[in-house]
Design a protein around this ligand. Structure first.
Ligand code: FE
Length: 201
């Protein structure tokens, strides 16, 4: 038997993953970056293949990880996490600083960035795991890193109308008002399916 809530007991960080190809910049939210070895200094970064950022990394073999800190507002998560770079230009010219590799990083709401180059890839079906050498790393502040758990408890928008009948998205906090949630319902904010909603209590 697999109790899905057990999987949520694993702890994760929360990061903006940036990449750039030619003049195209993009970034997306991930919770799947971690150090894998010290000598050489390597990290693994796992990304959904549907993401534009995935395509950019696949082509250029270069990326930046911005480690989000606890002061990160929901709007930043929304901008990078719930909008696809395939449909919308997420990053405008000069909006973010760039590290030595020319890729953007967050100078606000982030306590460090790590630049890396892909040395190996693992095909995981829906996702690719990129194994990377760290090429540059800089600490920006002493603020606490945000964990996935902290995001769910403190950053995700809280449902406002608790008196009404409806369902709340467990991922982003969006509230669907109504007696029944359609089976094929897709969250308009984060695009997660009906199975990620729970009844308002
Ligand atoms: Fe949602």
């Amino acid at each position: 038997m697999i109790d899905n809530s057990s999987i949520f007991k694993l702890s994760y960080g929360l990061f903006v993953l940036f990449a750039r190809n030619n003049d195209k910049d993009n970034g997306c939210i991930i919770n799947t970056a971690q150090q894998v070895t010290q000598e050489p200094l390597r990290i693994s970064v796992t990304v959904n293949k549907d993401n534009l950022t995935h395509m950019l990394i696949y082509k250029t073999k270069k990326l930046n990880i911005s480690v989000l800190s606890e002061d990160v507002p929901f709007d930043v998560i929304k901008k990078f996490g719930f909008v696809s770079g395939m449909n919308e230009q997420k990053i405008s010219d000069g909006e973010y600083k760039r590290s030595e590799n020319g890729i953007c990083y967050l100078s606000e709401y982030s306590n460090a960035y790590i630049s890396a180059e892909v040395v190996d890839t693992v095909d995981l079906g829906t996702h690719t795991m990129f194994i990377c050498d760290v090429t540059e790393a800089k600490t920006l502040s002493d603020a606490q890193s945000v964990t996935y758990d902290y995001y769910f408890k403190h950053i995700k928008s809280k449902p406002q109308s608790v008196n009404k009948k409806g369902y709340v998205c467990k991922i982003c906090g969006y509230v669907y008002e109504g007696e029944e949630l359609p089976d094929d319902y897709i969250c308009p904010i984060c695009k997660h399916p009906a199975s990620d909603f729970e009844p308002l209590s």
